[in-house]
Design a protein around this ligand. Sequence first.
Ligand code: TMP
Length: 209
Amino acid sequence: MSGRGRFISLEGGEGVGKSTQARALAAALRARGHEVIETREPGGSPGAEAIRALLLAGEADRWGARAEALLFAAARADHVERTIRPALDRGAWVVCDRFLDSSIAYQGGADGLGAEAIRALHAIGSEGLLPDRTLLLTLPDAIAVARETARDAGRPDRFGARDPAYHARVTAGFRALAEAEPDRWRIVDAEGEADEVTARLLTALDDLA
Ligand code: TMP
């Protein structure tokens, strides 16, 4: 376990409901008496939020894959140092909407840099910190695309604007990561009512309490 608290990340492709579920999960854990920090990537500290603006706005080809991977790793380093580690050290639970595995699935997998390069950046930037549990939210592609389109109202960020084949590589990458490391990961069906999904997420944390 990392520090005295618990570190939980939520992962998945676009439109699977991660942000809504991160909020609901944090509320449910608070109701159980834990101190809970809700955070997200890229972002989660003032420096990392500044890097987020560089990463998500602008033309799709604003950054090459290597520069982009370094920016995500730099944002993560600041987020870990300023927000996540201090929270874990004082015993809080950290619920994070995306973490390292997003870099492995997007930059490492879909952009072709390879998982090992991304892990090397993480070793340098964040001393290799890993979540205690990573929850992969899954939805059939058609439902995820419909939700994403409704949310972005035709104005996707630089990543949402990529083609369906790119997003299919991301989804397959996440699943492969989850299957390779079953102790850390749980795959959670994100279909159905939001409170049913939250209940499934809580069950997937039962052994961490
Ligand atoms: P989100 O706020 O919708 O999760 O948007 C963040 C976008 O950034 C999303 O399309 C995934 C992408 N991303 C990466 O490509 N690599 C990363 O390491 C992270 C954290 C996000």
